[in-house]
Design a protein around this ligand. Structure first.
Ligand code: NAG
Ligand code: NAG
Ligand code: NAG
Ligand code: NAG
Length: 281
């Protein structure tokens, strides 16, 4: 079987990222047909699972595709394909176009002539998420029919007006939340998080869709620099296992007190009983 990471061991040996604590050792790679992205996937072909897809936007809209490498490698180790905007150690700024490019690419990459032909990518199971500025990019994917779930990490709609363009950040009026028609999970950093008010206001104003919010009170930078992405990394894996792999045992963590036991505060949710069958408000 062809596998995109076969033979890359020597390259990956020079990287410091751990392989993740899930059942499949994972790593990141690049593809010449998608040069401005970083792909995270299991190192060996997984035998008993398919790979749902997480499209990820970095904080600061950074085009460094390995900026959230701890968390994304760990996610891949649970049997996911994660595609971050930006090449490994890339420079510059991203836009939502890179998320669209990743989804267009993944549709093509599953064709018979691609080196991903034998990778069991599940293109029917796609979530888009991002941290801070990357969360604003994720929101911009809200009307893409390929996307089923949105994850907003330390973020919330922010109208920067003229400055948005200056800063190269997506800028949309908070009232935009009324147009979000997909289930959204918010992972915020508590009151010390600069995006706390924005994220909490979005959560409150979001209606007619399944939603969850939790705050891990460490501020805007979360725990992403910790091994496997720390507490935010654990929450992300639980979320993706539930929404993209249909692992309903994760419900307990989100609505049964698991998150609070793990240190999450101000946890709230609505409509999650319809999470996996939800097809629009
Ligand atoms: C799939 O295989 C991995 C690795 O052998 C194992 O850890 C995991 O529990 C298996 N998952 C299922 C659903 O059988
Ligand atoms: C990748 O990014 C560079 C620099 O922004 C750009 O010139 C190039 O067209 C991009 N390549 C693709 C395939 O999008
Ligand atoms: C990209 O992010 C990683 C992880 O934080 C960091 O180690 C690396 O130095 C960054 N690269 C650049 C070019 O900033
Ligand atoms: C199939 O995949 C290859 C490699 O990703 C790509 O270059 C080609 O355009 C794809 N073909 C179609 C019909 O999508």
């Amino acid at each position: 079987m062809k596998w995109p990471l076969a033979g890359l061991t020597s390259i990956h040996a020079t990287l410091t990222l751990a392989a993740g604590n899930g059942p499949y050792d994972a790593a990141h790679t690049t593809d010449p047909t998608l040069p401005n992205h970083t792909l995270y996937l299991p190192k060996d072909p997984p035998r008993n699972t398919t790979l749902p897809i997480l499209i990820w936007g970095n904080g600061a809209c950074s085009a460094n595709g390995t900026l959230f490498g701890n968390m994304l490698t760990n996610i891949a180790s649970y049997g996911f394909l994660a595609i971050a905007s930006g090449a490994p150690n890339g420079h510059g700024t991203t836009t939502v176009q890179l998320m669209k490019d990743a989804l267009d690419w993944v549709e093509k990459a599953t064709n018979k002539t691609s080196r991903y032909a034998n990778v069991p990518i599940d293109t029917s199971s796609i979530a888009v998420a991002g941290q801070s500025c990357g969360g604003l990019e994720a929101y911009q994917m809200r009307d893409d029919e390929r996307v089923k779930y949105l994850g907003i990490f330390n973020s919330g709609f922010l109208d920067l007006g003229f400055f948005g363009e200056l800063l190269g950040m997506p800028s949309e009026d908070p009232v935009t939340i009324k147009g979000v028609k997909k289930p959204v999970f918010y992972f915020l950093g508590g009151e010390r998080d600069i995006a706390y008010k924005n994220g909490m206001a979005d959560y409150a104003a979001l209606t007619g869709v399944p939603k969850w919010v939790g705050n891990y009170p460490v501020g805007h930078m979360g725990t992403y620099a910790e091994p496997e992405g720390g507490a935010f990394g654990v929450a992300a894996v639980n979320w993706l296992k539930w929404v993209l792999k249909g692992d309903t045992s994760q419900e307990e963590w989100f609505v049964g007190g698991g998150a609070q036991e793990a240190g999450w505060e101000e946890v709230d949710s609505e409509g999650l009983e319809d999470l996996l069958t939800f097809s629009g408000p």
